[in-house]
Design a protein around this ligand. Structure first.
Ligand SMILES: Cc1ncc(COP(=O)(O)O)c(C=O)c1O
Length: 339
């Protein structure tokens, strides 16, 4: 049923799907808990990869349907979403304007010049760096108004690509994951993932519910407090189910957010994130990132080490990408301790 609904929606192919579902044998053995599997959405095939490619397939199809010539989006200076929007725009022959807020304090020089910031420019985006307290939606609307005055046709994508259209990417991903778990003969208890602007988790929640799957989602917040993030997810789920015209009633047990890995704030390193990034690199040859997947993996490690948790059913970790920003955090992986 879900596939039929999604097939009717416009989509611009940008990435390589399905992404792989892999068993993390060495990590699972080392932790001595449930089997850990990983869904490789870091390998979505465009511009260094990551979760945003799935959202952008729907968003750029909408932009093209409206005959737009320029996409505008916003994020932090090391936004993966901004980098992938620039890559997607390049692939579609569209102009790209990025509004990047200088909002993460205490970072080294590389934060502003390396990693995603470097790649944005390589993909040909026009970059506007603005102070951290700027209202980026207002700034994007201001730029869009100027472009319209010059007879251009801008398309504004919200931070993280998180609106109902972007969420569709992860509704579809949930169906993909359910099919892969069936093929692998596993019945995971949950899929653990980082949650920021929200569409990744909201889409997963909706897609899993529509697939009648018993897999729960556990989102590790990278910035907001738990109640604010849950409210955000609920809004996205409602907007997306309206867009799909499939009514869905979710109770609180469907929207699980853990905010204990945030640390001081969005983008600020934590000791447990550094441990998680190192562990996955050393045990599995996998690259996480300091802002999203590293903090989510720290949450997974804490959950697995907690004796009260179920050990019988596997856990799937959704690797959402982000490794380019490792190069923007060049100062932290040699340090002993972080907040
Ligand atoms: C690497 C990575 N992981 C996870 C997320 C969070 O996804 P969402 O914004 O859909 O909650 C992002 C968002 O920018 C990201 O770049």
């Amino acid at each position: 049923m879900l596939d039929e609904f999604l097939a009717q929606l416009r989509k611009t192919p940008l990435g390589a799907f399905p992404t792989r579902l892999e068993f993390l044998e060495r990590l699972s053995r080392r932790l001595g808990g449930p089997d850990i599997w990983i869904k490789r959405d870091d390998c979505t095939g465009l511009g260094g990869g990551g979760n945003k490619v799935r959202k952008l397939e729907y968003l750029l199809a909408d932009a093209r349907a409206q005959d737009c010539d320029t996409v505008i989006t916003a994020g932090a200076i090391q936004s993966n979403h901004a980098r992938l929007t620039a890559a997607a725009a390049a692939k579609c022959g569209l102009e790209c304007i990025l509004v990047l807020t200088d909002s993460v304090e205490g970072r080294s020089r590389a934060y502003k010049t390396s990693g995603n910031a470097l790649l944005d420019r390589l993909f040909g985006a026009e970059v506007h760096v603005v102070p951290g307290d700027t209202n980026s939606m207002e700034k994007m609307q201001e730029i869009a108004a100027k472009l319209r005055g010059a007879k251009r046709r801008p398309y504004v994508i919200p931070i993280g690509g998180s609106n109902a259209i972007g969420t569709l990417g992860y509704v579809a991903a949930a169906g993909e994951l359910v099919a892969q778990c069936g093929n692998a003969g596993i019945s995971p208890a949950c899929v653990m993932l980082p949650t920021g602007s929200g569409a990744t988790q909201a889409g997963m929640v909706l897609g899993l519910a529509l697939s009648r799957s018993s897999i729960r989602t556990v989102g590790f917040s990278v910035g907001r407090r738990q109640s604010d993030q849950i409210a955000r997810l609920r809004t996205l789920v409602d907007a997306t189910s309206s867009l799909l015209r499939i009514p869905i009633a979710l109770d609180a047990s469907n929207l699980v957010v853990d905010d204990r890995q945030v640390g001081l704030a969005y983008g600020i390193p934590t000791t447990r994130m550094v441990e998680a990034v190192r562990l996955l690199a050393e045990e599995e040859g996998l690259l996480l990132d300091p802002v999203y997947s590293g903090k989510a993996m720290a949450g997974l490690l804490a959950a697995v080490r907690d004796e009260r948790n179920e050990k019988a059913r596997p856990i799937v970790f959704l690797h959402t990408g982000g490794s380019p920003s490792l190069f923007a955090y060049d100062d932290i992986f040699g340090e002993e301790s972080w907040s």
